[in-house]
Structure formats: C-alpha cells, structure tokens
Ligand binder design. Structure first.
Ligand SMILES: [Zn+2]
Ligand SMILES: [Zn+2]
Length: 344
C-alpha cells in the first residue's frame, strides 16, 4: 500500500489515518494553505501551519484547529508529519510525511520566488513528490517581482496623471497583500473591496504588519475615488460595484496575463503576470531539488508536465484532484494547452 493514496475524498495517509487538503469532510485533515480549494469546510479536525489558522477561522468560523510551526514534527500513529514553507501565501506549507524511512512531500500550491510576505519556499528531500502544475507549460516564465511592481507603479502614476482611478484585480488572499506592498510609494489613497479589506483585517489582527487600506463603501465620496488606487477581487469587473468609480483603468494581476489573448478576453486595460504559483522553470527546479524518484503531478497542466518529466528521466504520473486555480483569477487556458502541448 502506498504511503499516500489518491481517494475520492482526497490524498489519504492510511498509516496515519489523515487526509491532506480533502475535498470532502473527513475526520482529520492536514491543510497546506487557506485558499478555498485546499481548506474546505466540514471536517472534524484541522491541522495546519499556525498562520493558516486565523485565515481558516475567517472563512470557516470556529472549528477544531491545531496550528504548528514549520519544522516541528507531529507524530500521528506511526507517521511523522512536518510542515515546510511553500512560498505561495502567508502560512502556505508543503507537508512532509514519513513512515518507516519512506518520505513523501505534498507540495500544495507553491512558488520559488521569495515575495517578502509568504515565507520563502524551502526544498525538502523525499522519495515521492506530489506537485501542482497550475503553470506547467514552458510559455509560463515570470519576470522578477520587482520588475512587475515597477510596471504596476508606472501604470498607476500614468492613470493618476490622466485623472483616472486605477482598479487592480487581484485575488483577495495572497496576491492582494503582495500588490498592496508596492503601492504605498505611489499613492496615498489606497482603497479595497470588502473581500480584500476583510482578509487584510484578519491578517492584521493576527499580528501582521500590513499597509492600511480603506474599505470602499456606499458612503465613500465620489471625489475621493478620483485618481485613487482600488484593489478588488477578480470577479469585481463584471459587477455593478465597479460603476461608482467614474473614469478608471483596469489592471489584472494574474499569471494568465502572460498570454496576450487572456488580457483581451478579460477586457483589461493592463495585465501584470504576477503569480503565486511556480512558473515552468520553477516547477522543474522544485522537482529536481527534492531528489524524488517518483513525481505525481496534480492540478494544472498535469499531462504536459508529467510527460516532460518522464522525457528527462524522472518517473512521473498525472493524478486527478479537485484543486482549482481560483487563486489566479477566473481565466483558465484550455485552448493554450491544446495548442501548445501537442508533439512538435
Ligand atoms: Zn492556493
Ligand atoms: Zn491550488
């Protein structure tokens, strides 16, 4: 029996009788991070990194949560469980599972670049690695965060000169906090949609030192919105919420913006390819750093990425899970996959 089994409820460790990021209610769930496709409601007990606990509380209310530190080993039956930073968002962790000398690492979502907010990704040696593959195609290759921040700042200043507000669409947990960190130097009026404001407040209450944002409400005077910077979740551009801003320009922050057609599809004025997931070189590097003999590839471009790994001599197989890519905004790129992964 494999140490981790792929079941209809999620990744299951029989020896420890726990699931990792289950998509159905279970008795004991170990959670990689607080995004809604990984931390789901209904289980009896949750174990995660301690930074993930207040974020789960915000989304799922009071439950039986246990928070642990990175590097702290928890023994469950015959199994040692240790969490290591995944660099994806605050609290995001890879789960190392060890039983009788056999080691598996479940990546959850991850990225290799240190964004200054999520604790930096730490490679963990293992026999078997379960990797995400959200951007597992060679066309996905990110610019350094600093360069993207300069582009965003430049765009905000140009909008301000033209008397327009800048509406930045970014996922409320993770991406929004990253983007906010580059805006203080170019604007003294940073506003946020309620969803982002609530995440920001929960993080601040948990002790995070994050920039102040003002919540956009029905009472916010129109004059105040002029030339302001507004952070909103990716779905906001399709809602009446956005009409109050008068003249504005929309910028979308998502890895999908790397593909030009996606910007047109989104009706965005500007696209910034800023992602909380590893790009193609990042995924490859992560796999190599684990030294794994066997890799299971989940959510994303599983077929393309696992085939490539097999070609370079790393045994890999694709596995179907129910994790999504909602944290990158509502664009998926099925068309690109078809077009770009056919044999050359
Ligand atoms: Zn995520
Ligand atoms: Zn995910």
């Amino acid at each position: 029996m494999a140490l981790i089994e792929f079941t209809d409820k999620g990744l299951f460790c029989r020896a420890g009788n726990f699931y990792i990021d289950p998509w159905r209610p279970v008795d004991k769930a170990i959670i990689t991070h607080a995004h809604s496709d990984h931390a789901r409601w209904g289980s009896n007990a949750y174990l995660s990194h301690k930074y993930t606990v207040p974020l789960m509380q915000l989304r799922m209310g009071p439950q039986a949560y246990q928070g642990v530190e990175w590097g702290e080993t928890i023994r469950i039956n015959d199994v040692n469980v240790t969490l290591f930073p995944a660099g994806h968002m605050i609290g995001s962790s890879q789960i190392r599972v060890e039983c009788k000398g056999e080691v598996w690492v479940i990546s959850g979502d991850y990225k290799l670049e240190d964004d200054g907010i999520s604790t930096a990704f730490e490679p963990v040696k293992c026999h078997t690695f379960i990797s995400e593959s959200t951007f597992g195609l060679p066309i996905y290759k990110w610019k350094p965060q600093q360069e993207i921040f300069l582009n965003i700042q430049d765009w905000v200043l140009r909008n301000k000169d033209a008397g327009k507000s800048s509406i930045i669409l970014a996922y409320s947990l993770g991406k929004a906090q990253r983007v906010l960190s580059c805006l203080e130097s170019v604007s003294d009026r940073i506003l946020a949609h309620g969803a982002i404001y609530n995440s920001q407040e929960a993080l601040k209450a948990a002790g995070w030192n994050l920039p102040a944002v003002e919540r956009v409400s029905f009472d916010t005077p129109k004059e105040f919105l002029k030339g302001a910077v507004v952070i909103a979740p990716p779905s906001a551009d399709a809602s009446p919420w956005i009409r109050r801003f008068g003249t504005f320009s929309i910028g979308v922050c998502s890895g999908w913006m790397q593909v030009r057609g996606n910007m047109r599809r989104r009706n965005a004025d500007a696209g910034f390819a800023l992602s909380d997931h590893a790009d193609w070189p990042g995924l490859l590097e992560a796999v190599k750093l684990t030294g794994a003999e066997k890799v299971f590839v989940t959510h994303g471009f599983q077929a393309a990425f696992s085939r490539y790994l097999n070609e370079i001599g790393i045994e890999a197989a694709e596995v179907k899970t129910e994790f999504g890519d909602e944290d990158e905004g509502p664009i998926t790129a099925p068309i690109e996959e078809e077009k770009l992964t056919t044999d050359e």
